[in-house]
Ligand binder design. Structure first.
Ligand code: CAA
Length: 382
């Protein structure tokens, strides 16, 4: 097992870290307080290769692999989780089209996503009645002559109002999971109606909207892979996406721990810096240990994916553990800050609000446990 980063991985991590510190972090508080979408930041992330870290260079990506992607996500997330989730979904959409698209689809859409020309990508799977039970979605696509015609509504679509490229799941037959297909929809296509942005508890700089399709017409070539392949594509994309959210959780957790260490060095009580008290030092030791374990799970899943090995279970374990750890660490960070942790003068209350959704989106902790349990039962023989 090799725990050392190679040259490419170090370069991507350092590039992301520098950009995170110089550009992303300074505006994170404003994005949160004013619910502003960081539209100007994504083209810059694209220029740095961070919107297509695992995408081949001919399609505008950095071709730097999945571990590099996770490392970059950790850095951007430590600065601003809202900016990072837009980056994660863009990479996820680009990777899906890169894996299953035709040459023409890749040239057009993967390039637009990876370079930031599309601003961001979106992933439109969930519907009001179908979140965990993704296979129950009802949006329909019907073939009419030389067009696909889409009708239906999606819910909770990250970056939906700003995405230049959206991968959309729709039902093309009533054959349960096998009746789903995946389509590429460009932002601004007539019939695409963007609903009111949700007023969320956290990730306020990320845009979350319902999307409605009203007789939205697509050329036949906008079908991704084959008719009926949609559910499998969603599962494969989510396996990879869960590595991204694991990395986001590690980044937010790390930021919360660092804020706590800094605060505890300065804040005095009972005649000394509170960082000198064993109760707090032990708390921070546990935070650090759990975060390191989380990062190892995240990077292990990334390594397996990069090597082309099965990683479904490992991605779910990483997502489960990293997201729950991040919430625990952020909660401890608020505790260490005392009353100051509960007001927005310090960033830890934002970290806690941003971390909360990590155990919900890209599959809840309960869905991760379900996936992990299924995999264990498959592999342990009686
Ligand atoms: N890779 C490849 N194929 C897979 C797969 C995987 N990881 N998981 C399942 N499949 C295949 C199965 O092999 C099966 O194929 P066959 O029919 O050919 O045998 C088929 O898919 C159906 O699989 P299941 O029987 O396991 O399907 P299920 O209906 O029981 O559902 C589930 C499985 C794991 C619960 C799934 O519905 C799921 O992951 N739900 C959560 C959805 C989710 O994560 N949503 C997040 C929304 S996106 C988001 O949050 C983005 C954002 O904004 C940040």
């Amino acid at each position: 097992m090799n725990f050392e980063l190679n040259e490419t991985q170090s370069l991507i991590r350092d590039t992301a870290r520098k950009f995170a510190r110089e550009v992303v972090a300074p505006q994170a508080r404003k994005l949160d307080r004013e619910a502003l979408f960081p539209k100007d930041v994504y083209p810059k992330l694209g220029e740095l290769g961070l919107l297509g870290v695992n995408i081949p260079e001919p399609y505008g990506g950095a071709q730097a692999g999945v571990v590099s992607y996770a490392l970059a996500m950790i850095e951007i997330s430590a600065a601003c989780a809202s900016t990072a989730v837009g980056m994660a979904v863009t990479n996820m959409a680009a990777e899906l089209i890169n894996a299953y698209g035709t040459e023409a689809q890749k040239k057009k859409h993967v390039t637009a996503l990876a370079t930031g020309q599309a601003c961001v990508g979106a992933f439109a799977l969930s519907e009001a009645h179908a979140g965990s039970d993704a296979g129950a979605l009802r949006t329909r696509a019907e073939k009419k002559g030389d067009r696909w015609v889409l009708n239906g509504s999606k819910q909770w679509i990250t970056s939906g109002a700003h995405a230049g490229v959206i991968v959309v799941w729709a039902r093309t037959s009533d054959a349960g999971n096998k009746g789903l297909s995946c389509f590429i929809v460009e932002g601004g296509t007539p019939g695409l109606i963007v609903g009111k942005a949700e007023d969320k508890m956290g990730l306020k700089g990320s845009n979350t909207v319902p999307l409605t399709f009203e007789n939205l017409e697509l050329p036949l070539e906008n079908l991704l892979a084959r008719e009926g392949d949609g559910f499998k594509l969603a599962m494969v994309a989510l396996d990879g996406g869960r590595i991204g959210i694991s990395a986001q959780a590690c980044g937010v957790g790390r930021a919360a721990l660092e804020a706590s260490v800094r605060y505890s060095k300065e804040r005095k009580a009972f005649g000394q810096a509170i960082g000198g008290f064993q109760a707090l030092r032990f708390m921070m030791a546990d935070m650090h240990t759990r975060l390191q374990a989380a990062e190892l799970l995240c990077l292990r899943a990334a390594t397996l994916k990069e090597k082309g090995l099965p990683f479904t279970r490992e991605a779910s374990m990483a997502k489960l553990f990293c997201s729950e750890t991040s919430n625990w660490v952020c909660d401890r960070a608020v505790q260490i800050h005392g009353g100051y942790g509960y007001i927005d003068e310090f960033p830890v209350e934002r970290y806690l609000r941003d971390a909360r959704v990590q155990t919900i989106y890209e599959g809840t902790s309960e869905i991760q446990r379900l996936v992990i349990a299924r995999e264990i039962f498959k592999t342990v023989s009686t």
